[in-house]
Design a protein around this ligand. Structure first.
Ligand code: PRP
Length: 207
């Protein structure tokens, strides 16, 4: 049986639809309730919902054979997994944003609030800029408004959150989308099954 970790939430539901259309259905997953693990022995699959940032942990440690995770998580945590496919959903971008009209002073250490410390450090290291990373867990947008940081590094999807908080993108770091990942030893032991799934998902994406 293939163990599949899906990110809990709206993206996860979209991703499950893609898996179902590709021939890996598990109808019980659509039942409402608080259950988190679902299996369909006929299709040889077991799905479970994990917190999006935890999907790569399940896959890296082999508790899941495969999973779906945003590219942002892969860049931030650099898990030791195979990245098999860009699913083309959950598209957004990682960006630097600041209060509207913000003027940078390159002489000063830049205070950056973010959930994505590694992405922020790598981005500014490449530009040779000193930064002070302020690690937050959510609602990043309020940090510069309250004077906790100069800028933020965060996910921007529609841009609504920035707009409604008088912030604007000053730089895009990288585009983000959902990726199919696999545990390395699962890939070695369940090669045929994982390759078939990857092929079917890729076909659906082309269609
Ligand atoms: C993400 C991100 C932004 C928002 C961007 O937050 O951190 O706050 O979505 O989306 P938009 O451009 O469409 O407005 P999420 O909902 O994951 O919550 P959190 O980061 O505050 O935990």
């Amino acid at each position: 049986m293939l163990n599949i970790a899906l990110p809990k939430g709206r993206l996860g539901e979209t991703v499950y639809d893609i898996f179902e259309n590709a021939g890996f259905p598990c109808p019980s997953i659509r039942e409402s309730g608080r259950k988190l693990i679902f299996e369909n022995p006929d299709a040889d699959v077991r799905y479970f919902w994990a917190k999006p940032s935890d999907v790569s942990i399940y896959v890296e440690r082999g508790a899941a054979d495969i999973g779906v995770v945003g590219k942002d998580i892969l860049l931030e945590y650099e898990p030791d997994v195979y990245e098999l496919l860009d699913l083309g959903v959950g598209t957004c971008r990682m960006a630097v944003a600041a209060p509207r009209g913000y003027r940078d002073n390159p002489q000063h250490t830049l205070r950056v609030a973010t959930k994505f410390a590694r992405i922020a450090r790598n981005h500014y290291a490449a530009a040779g800029r000193d930064i002070d990373v302020i690690h937050l867990n959510g609602s990043i947008e309020i940090a510069p408004i309250l004077g906790l940081s100069d800028v933020i590094v965060d996910i921007v999807e529609t841009g609504t959150t920035l707009r409604e908080n008088d912030l604007e993108v000053i730089e895009t770091i990288v585009p983000v989308s959902a990726r199919l990942i696999a545990n390395k030893s699962s890939y070695a032991f369940k090669t045929a099954q994982i390759e078939r799934l990857t092929r079917e998902l890729a076909k659906k994406e082309e269609a």
